[in-house]
Design a protein around this ligand. Structure first.
Ligand code: SF4
Length: 269
């Protein structure tokens, strides 16, 4: 089936040793069956495998991640030798009856930069250059005639949690890095008013339109989830976080935990 990508994806290049938040540490790296068969025949690789996973070092880094943050496996065996998860990250896919929609996830700092700074609206293009229309729920957030705060109200059916309750809901999920919880506690202890939130959203409108569009595209029109997530990020920006950095942390904590993303989509469904 044909795969369509937001046009900014063509500019994605892994930053490798220039990345400040490498994706090759802190995760359990599960290996697909085909790659596992290949790895098990290779003594250099198989010595660092257990039960279908790479055995991480004590500091949580992949055993093939060198101190200079380059991948030893790519250097010694070439990029084609990688298992699916390493080759594909940070790409994601949504399958429909007649096509697939792909994208790059905000968990990666370079993807985050491209997504939030993308020209609006993005176009959905396949490798052969053909284009399909953006889903209506994505197009809606790019309507520059309507302030983003109004669009968020409309896509969430007028529902909006207060900043304290919203931060408590996210803090009640599985927390991967205690720093996330400490950031949320700033909002819980000193909540942000609706007016302050709206101002922060409008002051950073391009980034937040792109952030909302990314969530709506990736989660097939989950309007309330997108709206609450925009306001959560606005609250954290008010508390001093940089927008790119906090979008990446949000993605890491909420999107890349299967439990958390299911809970968030259900709670804000
Ligand atoms: S997080 Fe992104 S830029 Fe950084 S190493 Fe991983 S894929 Fe590359």
């Amino acid at each position: 089936m044909k795969i369509y990508w937001p046009d900014y994806c063509k500019d994605f290049r892994c930053k490798a040793d220039k990345c400040a938040h490498t994706c090759c540490a802190g995760w359990v790296i599960g290996i697909d069956e085909e790659s596992l068969k290949r790895f098990e025949k290779d003594p250099y690789i198989s010595a660092r495998l257990k039960d279908g996973y790479f055995v991480l070092r004590d500091d949580g880094r992949c055993p093939f991640l060198r101190d200079d943050n380059l991948c030893e496996m790519i250097i010694s065996r070439g990029e084609d030798y990688l298992c699916d998860i390493c080759r594909e990250h940070p790409r994601y896919y949504n399958t429909f009856d007649d096509h697939i929609e792909g994208g790059i996830g905000l968990v990666c700092e370079e993807a985050c930069r491209l997504v939030l700074n993308a020209k609006m609206p993005f176009a959905l293009i396949s490798d052969d250059g053909s284009e399909i229309e953006l889903p209506g729920y994505v197009k809606a957030v790019f309507d520059g005639d309507v302030p983003l705060t109004e669009t968020l109200s409309s896509i969430s059916g007028g529902r909006r949690a207060g900043s304290k309750l919203r931060a408590e809901i996210f803090d009640g999920m599985e927390v991967l890095d205690p720093k996330w919880s400490r950031l949320l506690s700033r909002v819980i202890k000193d909540p942000v008013s609706v007016e302050e939130e709206d101002k922060a959203v409008l002051d950073n409108e391009k980034s937040f339109r792109n952030f909302a569009a990314y969530l709506l595209y990736r989660y097939k029109g989950a309007g309330r989830f997108a709206s609450e997530s925009v306001y959560l990020l606005a609250d954290l920006v008010i508390k001093g976080c940089g927008i790119l950095d906090i979008a990446r942390v949000f993605s890491c904590e909420v999107e890349y935990s299967d439990i958390n993303i299911d809970e968030a989509l259900e709670t804000f469904g």
